[in-house]
Design a binder for this molecule. Structure first.
Ligand code: CDP
Ligand code: MG
Length: 890
């Protein structure tokens, strides 16, 4: 590809990405379209032709439409009062010319797929078509988005376009929503709809469900499509038809249409022709290895200084990068003179810590408390909790420090002299950005300023920013990766797929011909994967399997996945859930014969049902199920919330931009680790290890006078701490809803430190949840290699693992530990480590232990207190055969 190193013509690009109908359409074509766009604004549902055949599609002709469903026909046309400006803007959208085709297809088919490039108007217009055609007469029009940003932004946009209040066009995401009894159109994240299916499998509140952004192939989108394919059939049987629309940006819909398990009759595909202007793609000569952020900065400066007006959109990988580039650009091209200096506030964290420690109730340890594995909360039968907001979505860019507060001014290079003559309107955009701030990107920039949006891949397909002429693409994306052995995940920055890169480039050609600057060479591009594989095939699925079992889908292998997860992943999930007690032992089901040899069809247990009600992964859900004992609920909830929110602490090991920053980072690191040791405490509390640090950090933070300042000085991410707080509230409510002692639960974010007994109990709960993450220090006689010194052995890995140096137990080296995750860097490191006692293992993790015959010595004995005959059984830990202390059995 040497001939294409510097510049590519659109036609050259075409031959390479033929699978994408992207941005090559000549401008002349758009002119034609502009005229053809005079389409009646009113839908004409009654006079329908064979919709599925009337539009060109690149897919094989769909089979004849399913039989008519008369009751689905909407009765009345609902008028919408739009402003003239809105109406004018709408008419420019390509999807408007397909309104009739779409509505005819919807009238005649239970399921319809709509494909169209990003920005063609699918998300904002299709719900309006349906509303106007009367599809909200008997129920809601629901639209799912894989991202919270999109759910919120789109509900606001559609409400505005339709001149309706957000009482009618509403949204619901994990923590918040504005749905009312007047709601007709409801935007939500896919996780929210999945939860609703658990409460009401038929989704009887809905008349239409639209699955948006199906091309993203998020795990929940995939599951929803599988479930809805069944729900649609069930609703048809009940004479209460539900319409399903699947909307996707690219044309890779074969997974949906060619999947006979999913739809017996392949649904019609309506394709919306995108109006795209040509985009010239410029590749870098060389591919920068490390500093793509700096390369972005230089590129934006050049574009801004040398090229004609037009908005710039930069693609980076995470929040921290986005903020850091925004700051550099604002410094280089300021809109205002001078900068407000932050008033220095006295660091209050030490003081707060003192308060926290002081309030600590020092109790004399009594008998060792023990958790009772059989004492867990169980879902009350037939008592759905309508108000529980829960969702398990994952943000693509949750990692990285969030410097939303614009603290300090940091990293301006000497040569970046502010250029006051050229103001640049710089805006960040990422999933977790506050909705008001997100909305800014849709507004035109102030007069005389060029818009520059620095975004994560949220701007790739979910949101279309008007007026973008230049795209700067770093070519990377932050993705979650999962270790095949341990199933533990980490975020990594990798190259995007070719489809994503083309999608990003296409953002430059929405309003006029544009340019895309790729910060990598064409040779590197040709090595990208064509598409990224669907998420469901790349990650452990224990949470999904649990959710499905909660929906009484026992044979998960038979579920109509658009792309099924690998068999090993399903088996691993079933095994973990079994060990956690979330599934019923075959004997208990009374159907032993059928179940033998059918490993993957165990039904859910009452404990599993409770766990499925908690919006966290099964290991953590187990901890929550045990959380009510010994008044430990606030602590367990806090530990689980803090472990669930990734990267509570800022990344301080990052390379510094300058010498000054390096010293600053070093100082902060020392301070933070000092605070962590303080939070961990001594004795019993230190044994809880890194979980105690989380508890201490959250506890102290809630007592501090100024939380942002507290976070900044202690290296905590403010945004993450706020998430922890919200999640604590949510989890407390969730536990309360399955608890008998609901009234005694307290949602006050402030909490006293736990007593020593409680700490011991917390360690047991952590062990009960992380049972498959036990590690034992390598004994001296097992030391085969000097490198194994201080190493630990885990049941699943051959190689030794080590306690991460950032752990408070790094120097303690307890014999048995549990860990939250293993991260491989120079060594295999355990992070999130807590010490456990060997005596607890056979009691709390019986499913992981192999029990010998009852020992002769000591002999069985009568216990007068309990009136039972007790003997002792020796046990050893599965796979590794560690000998464990004997336990008492009846
Ligand atoms: O869903 P799809 O990508 O097909 O398009 P859309 O999100 O419905 O966007 C249609 C048009 O509305 C785009 O040109 C957006 O720029 C515009 N839009 C807007 O101006 N303001 C918003 N808040 C949302 C969308
Ligand atoms: Mg959309």
């Amino acid at each position: 590809g040497a001939h294409r190193k510097r510049q590519r013509l659109p036609s050259e690009e075409e031959s390479e990405s033929s699978s994408e109908e992207s941005w090559e359409a000549p401008a002349a074509d758009t002119g034609d379209k502009a005229e053809a766009r005079e389409v009646p604004a009113q839908p004409m549902v009654e006079d329908s032709k064979a919709a599925s055949c009337s539009q060109p599609t690149s897919l094989p002709a769909p089979p004849p439409p399913a039989p008519r469903q008369p009751t689905a026909e909407p009765a009345t046309f609902v008028p919408v009062d739009r402003s003239p400006e809105i109406q004018e803007a709408r008419l420019k959208l390509p999807i408007l010319s397909e309104e009739q085709v779409i509505m005819e297809a919807v009238a005649e088919n239970p399921t319809v797929i709509i494909c169209g490039e990003t920005g063609s108007g699918k998300t904002t217009q299709v719900p309006q078509f349906l509303y106007e055609a009367g599809y909200s007469s008997n129920g809601l029009i629901g639209i799912t988005e894989p991202r919270r940003v999109a759910a919120v932004a789109m509900s606001q946009r559609v409400a505005k376009e339709m001149n309706l209040s957000q009482r009618v066009v509403s949204y619901q995401i994990r923590y918040e929503g504005n749905v009312t009894e007047d709601t007709k159109i409801k935007f939500m994240t896919d996780g929210v709809l999945l939860r609703e299916i658990q409460k009401d499998f038929l989704l009887s509140k809905y008349q239409v469900v639209i699955i948006d952004e199906a091309h993203e192939r998020s795990v929940y989108t995939d599951i929803l499509i599988g479930l809805l394919s069944r729900i649609v059939a069930l609703r048809a049987k009940k004479q209460q038809p539900l319409k399903l629309l699947i909307m996707s940006a690219t044309l890779r819909v074969e997974d949906f249409t060619q999947n006979t398990r999913l739809f017996s009759v392949s649904p019609p595909v309506v394709k919306v022709d995108a109006r795209q202007f040509p985009v010239t793609v410029h590749f870098n000569k060389r591919t920068p290895l490390q500093d793509y952020s700096g390369e972005c900065f230089r590129k934006v400066c050049k574009i801004h200084r040398m090229l004609p007006p037009g908005g710039i959109l930069v693609f980076l990988t995470g929040q921290a990068e986005v903020h850091s580039l925004c700051r550099r650009l604002r410094k280089a091209f300021p809109c205002y003179r001078g900068s407000a200096r932050e008033t220095e506030e006295k660091e209050d964290s030490v003081e707060e810590m003192r308060k926290f420690k002081k309030s600590r109730n020092k109790k004399v340890p009594t008998a060792l408390p023990r958790i009772d594995l059989d004492n867990y909360s169980v879902m009350p039968v037939d008592e759905g909790d309508e108000d529980r907001e829960s969702e398990m979505d994952e943000e693509d860019d949750v990692m990285g420090s969030d410097l939303d507060l614009d603290l300090g001014d940091g990293e301006v290079e000497e040569e970046e002299k502010p250029d006051a003559s050229l103001p640049l309107h710089v805006l960040p955009l990422y999933s977790l950005l506050a909705p008001e701030k997100q909305a800014q990107v849709f507004r035109p920039p102030p007069e005389g300023r060029r818009l520059c949006v620095v975004a994560t891949n949220v701007a790739e397909t979910s949101l279309t920013i008007p007026g973008i002429k230049y795209v700067v693409d770093c070519g990377k994306v932050k993705k979650r990766f999962y270790d095949k052995v341990t199933g533990v995940s980490s975020f990594q920055v990798t190259w995007v797929s070719q489809a994503s890169a083309d999608q990003r480039a296409g953002r430059a050609g929405r309003t006029e011909p544009g340019h895309c600057y790729r910060l990598y060479s064409s040779a590197v591009f040709s090595d990208f994967e064509k598409f990224s594989p669907p998420e469901i095939t790349r990650r452990p699925v224990e949470d999904l399997v649990l959710q499905m079992k909660a929906l009484n889908i026992e044979k998960v292998v038979n579920f109509p996945f658009p792309s099924p997860p690998p068999m090993e992943a399903l088996v691993a999930a079933e095994e973990l859930l079994m060990a956690l007690g979330a599934l019923q032992e075959p004997q208990q089901t009374g159907r032993l014969k059928q179940l033998q040899g059918e490993k993957l069809s165990r039904p859910i247990s009452p404990l599993g049902r409770t766990m499925a009600a908690f919006p966290v992964a099964p290991r953590y859900a187990k901890m929550l199920a045990l959380a009510q004992q010994h008044e430990c609920l606030p602590y367990i909830v806090t530990i689980v919330a803090a472990m669930t929110i990734r990267e509570l602490f800022e990344e301080l090991d990052r390379p510094a931009a300058s010498e000054g920053e390096e010293a600053q980072l070093k100082g902060k690191k020392a301070r933070v680790s000092q605070m962590q040791r303080l939070w961990a405490g001594q004795g019993a509390s230190l044994k809880l290890g890194d979980m105690m640090v989380l508890l201490g950090a959250v506890g102290a933070c809630e007592y501090s006078a100024c939380i942002p300042r507290f976070c900044e000085t202690n290296g905590l991410r403010y945004k993450a701490m706020m998430e922890v707080r919200r999640l604590r509230g949510q989890l407390t409510t969730a536990v309360a809803s399955v608890s008998e002692h609901a009234t005694s639960l307290c949602v006050d974010p402030k909490m006293k430190p736990p007593s020593e007994d409680q700490v011991t109990f917390l360690r047991q709960v952590v062990l009960a949840g992380l049972g498959d993450h036990v590690a034992r220090r390598i004994q001296s006689e097992e030391l085969l290699d000097a490198k194994w010194k201080n190493g630990y052995k885990t049941p699943l890995l051959d190689e030794p693992v080590f306690i991460h140096p950032s752990s408070v137990l790094f120097r303690e080296l307890p014999e048995f530990v549990v860990y939250q995750e293993i991260v491989e860097t120079t060594k295999m490191y355990m992070r999130g480590v807590s010490a456990v006692e060997a005596t607890w293992i056979p009691v709390l993790l019986p499913s992981y232990c192999h029990f010998e015959k009852p020992l002769e010595d000591p002999p069985p004995a009568y216990c007068p207190q309990t009136g039972r005959v007790v003997c002792h059984r020796a046990s050893s830990f599965y796979r590794v055969g560690w000998q464990l202390p004997a336990v008492q059995v009846d």
